[in-house]
Write a protein of this length. Structure first.
Length: 526
């Protein structure tokens, strides 16, 4: 077995001969990196893209965060903020795709950091990157599935008469029960073989595309009064009830809705050991997942925003959906046209299925990250999380990916304000995990990085620095106060939570980790 510090030949990316037959180029590169092929390599480029598209899931995030966008800037933050965030997100995706092409492993981000930070910094760099990635994904799973539980609560409320008609409003204990049931079903699906999981991934992508198209056309067509072009493209909402009047400040806070949406595309990297010709198809999955999501998301926002005429009412707790803006938009659109809101409830059901698949795909991504991280002995009980079942699925990692987010969601029983910070924690932690290997490539790894089939060439340096600076900017934005005056109820807990995570990880490293974790360890002979 080769030690991590031993020199390795540059990647060829041409496919190693095996008994006269040419190996899959992704498998050939994996062997060059020093890892066995343990997972089933059955995913096509379409399947890899499908996971990326379904985990970004603009239908999920735009819908569930529509309240936030209306509160901070309204239609202007939707239309223009989305374009700004999309452009910078693509720089991050392009930089990650270039690294993925050279290092197509399930280890993904933390492996990249280890190789690009150099021998001296490799253990600490991979430790920080890996744990930020995993914890960010846990927070993301908790946040997405809790949003689905809340959406189910609203669907039940509207189906039983709405808030003003005496409809049933589920308690916080019922909502957490929904959350647990959702995680259970997602974990069961993720325990299936990779071929079946691939089917669900492709179905999820199709559901998102068809759902986006359906709602974008249907909702504006059934409303009795559509918003004007001037309202959609120029209205800036400052009446948010949060004590903030500065338009620039409100606008930058509104960017966070778009930034939270355009996350999760690292799944294409984490699925590379299960993807054919991953050194080419992994980067394609990252870039196409972002690109198609950007276009589809902008069109979707335009479509449903033409159905918005009274922002204050939509955000009011007195509406039938209890202040859930997008649900009220859908419900009213059908009720005013047909006398019944049933069609709007069905539309919410379409969204709910998309949210479910988003959570399912996030568990897929997280379980592969845990599998790879534990393969290198970086987690407590690593041998347990690295174990595969007969279907070659990291089964224990799958169930850990469901259990930890459920525990995180239990904080909602004590303080919904503290739990709401989960979305920001997920975004910051994952974004930092994205930026670290890019930063190391631009600095410590400039002389050691050998591009794969996908390369940015001479533009890589510029694109990479734009990506790193954008992540730094969004990290600051997510830490800003979102309401004034600042009290226990309105405090943005994000910097506190992320700071606590940094202290915990560094302390764990100093006390224990540096004694036994030496970075990625190969598991085959040269």
């Amino acid at each position: 077995m080769r030690s991590d510090g031993e020199k390795m030949a540059p990647p060829s990316h041409r496919g190693v001969k095996n008994g006269g037959a040419s190996l899959d180029s992704g498998l050939a590169r994996l062997l060059e990196l020093g890892y066995k092929q343990e997972l089933k390599r059955e995913l096509s480029v379409i399947s890899n893209f499908a996971f990326s598209f379904s985990i970004i899931s603009v239908l999920t995030c735009i819908t569930t965060l529509y309240n936030y966008g209306l509160s901070y800037g309204g239609t202007v933050s939707f239309i223009y903020g989305w374009l700004i965030v999309s452009a910078f997100t693509m720089t991050v995706g392009l930089s990650m795709a270039e690294i993925c092409s050279s290092y197509p492993t399930s280890s993904g981000l933390y492996y990249w950091s280890a190789k690009l930070a150099g021998p001296g910094w490799a253990p600490l760099a991979s430790w920080i990157t890996g744990w930020f990635n995993i914890v960010g994904q846990w927070a993301g799973i908790a946040s997405v599935n809790y949003s689905l539980a809340q959406l189910m609560q609203v669907i039940i409320l509207l189906s039983t008469g709405g808030k003003n008609g005496g409809g049933y409003e589920a308690s916080k204990y019922v909502v957490i029960g929904f959350h647990g049931g959702i995680l259970l079903l997602q974990a069961i699906i993720n325990s299936l073989s990779v071929s079946l999981l691939s089917f669900f991934g492709q179905f999820a992508a199709m559901w998102n595309l068809i759902g986006l198209l359906l709602l974008t056309i249907l909702i504006p067509s059934v409303v009795t009064e559509r918003a004007s072009f001037k309202f959609v493209f120029t209205h800036f909402n400052t009446d948010n009830g949060y004590g903030i009047s500065s338009r620039p400040y409100i606008f930058v806070l509104g960017l966070l809705m778009s930034q939270y949406t355009l996350l999760g595309y690292d799944i294409s990297a984490h699925m590379t050991e299960e993807t054919k010709n991953a050194d080419r198809n992994g980067p394609k999955g990252i870039i196409s997942g972002i690109g198609i999501s950007v276009i589809a998301g902008w069109i979707y926002m335009l479509g449903i925003t033409f159905a918005v005429t009274d922002i204050s009412y939509l955000l009011s707790k007195s509406n039938d959906a209890g202040g859930y803006a997008i649900a009220e938009v859908f419900y009213l659109a059908f009720k005013q046209r047909y006398g019944s809101g049933a069609g709007g409830i069905i539309c919410l059901g379409v969204v709910a299925v998309a949210v479910f698949f988003c959570g399912m795909s996030t568990i897929t991504s997280n379980s592969r990250t845990i599998y790879a991280f534990s393969r290198d002995g970086a987690m407590p009980l690593s041998s347990l999380w690295h174990r595969l079942n007969r279907k070659e699925v990291p089964i224990n990692a799958v169930w850990l990916s469901a259990f930890v987010p459920f525990c995180m969601a239990l904080t909602s029983l004590g303080s919904i304000v503290a739990f709401q910070a989960m979305a920001s924690i997920a975004t910051i932690a994952i974004e930092i995990a994205y930026a670290l290997p890019i930063f190391f490539k631009l600095t410590l790894g400039r002389k050691v990085f050998v591009p794969g089939p996908f390369t940015l060439g001479r533009y890589g340096f510029f694109v990479g620095w734009v990506a790193v600076l954008w992540v730094l900017t969004t990290t600051i934005l997510f830490s800003l106060p979102v309401a004034y005056p600042i009290t226990i109820e309105t405090l943005n807990y994000t910097p506190v939570a992320v700071g606590s995570l940094v202290v915990l990880l560094v302390s764990y490293w100093i006390v224990s980790g540096h004694h036994w974790f030496k970075g990625p360890i190969t598991n085959i002979d040269t």
